[in-house]
Design a protein around this ligand. Sequence first.
Ligand SMILES: N=CN[C@@H](CCC(=O)O)C(=O)O
Ligand SMILES: [Zn+2]
Length: 415
Amino acid sequence: MQTLLINIKQLLQVRETSIAKVSGAEMAHLPLLENAYLVIENDLISDFGLMENCPKLENATVIDASGKIVLPSFCDSHTHIVYAGNRSGEFVDRINGLSYEEIANRGGGILNSAKKLNETSEDEIYNQSKKRLEEVISQGTGAVEIKSGYGLTVEGELKMLRVIKKLRENYPIAIKSTFLGAHAFPTEYKENHQAYIDLIINEMLPKIAAENLADYIDAFLETGYFSVSETIQIMEAGKKYGLTPKIHVNQFTAIDGIKACVEHGALSVDHLEIVTDEDIEVLKDSTCMPVALPSCSYFISIPYTPARQMLNAGLPLALASDFNPGTTPSGNMHFVVATACIKMKMTPEEAINAATINGAYAMDLSDSHGSITKGKKANFIVTKPLHSYYEIPYCFATNLIDSVWLEGKVFGTQI
Ligand SMILES: N=CN[C@@H](CCC(=O)O)C(=O)O
Ligand SMILES: [Zn+2]
């Protein structure tokens, strides 16, 4: 089956050859074609170019995209969209003056979500989570990572990971699965951290590996959560089962966690609201992708990742949503891109690179996702008529999407 999109006003992120990621000054360059065509063959991109060179394809379905912009789907490399219920009560508590830390210390926060999750059936969690997955797809996400971490018990973590597996089986979107048993210490382990770490290592990990339920391992490396040495134990244990680390770090404090993550081969370090010069030095010349989560900074009023400082140092940066019930109840990557431009002073080119090809890198998907390249998945967004791609971050709260395409079909026609 062949589809030909013609008269595309701007075709963004076109890469003749596949690249893994873009870093530093390269991020200011977003390659594009004005007045372009795009050919899709089954689920893959097979050709693209300028309209003046548009091929005549006898049997293709032709779609006129006059005035519209086409860009690769967003690659959201950090979410927690599998959860039960919500935490809107804590949202109001924060409006009334309590901090995230104070709420967590009262047994709220992650432990609140863990209680709800353990009380909810797997089917019910699946039904709640699939609505969020459908929502983010309709907002332009074409590849997503999903974490566990609201179970904090053997059964609870397995339940979450099985839901992620079922989502992966039932939706035409690439899903990577991350085991985050080390998200918080359950109350009964508050005074005995090692016993919970042992439970993760000796009980959870072998079962997860036996069912092949995870691609990555994560921990919340933070003051009051998992220390550097505790996180190292988790990373080392995960690696024995082939799970590469992707770690929550530097959300509230900088405690030399990034160094440990880089030394232990982390694919990404995520959050980075607080970043020191030493952290930046450690990330230079590493293969680890820093990931910023600006919707989290927005929602709980914490600093934004210092993107400019990091890009000036030559680092790459990815943008992800962090969709979760506590700090970011939204997976809208258009809002993420806009907020990165508005609050982090990233240019539209930098933000779109960060939310597409660099997001793909942070999920080991840059070979198949994140750019308009022949042979990659035909996952892309067609916008409503726009004057230029600058309007994507500029119109920060307008739904600019005309259609989202996953594996060569308009989403909604596959399921
Ligand atoms: N910071 C750690 N984990 C999540 C939030 C967890 C929660 O509050 O439920 C995050 O990435 O922001
Ligand atoms: Zn997170």
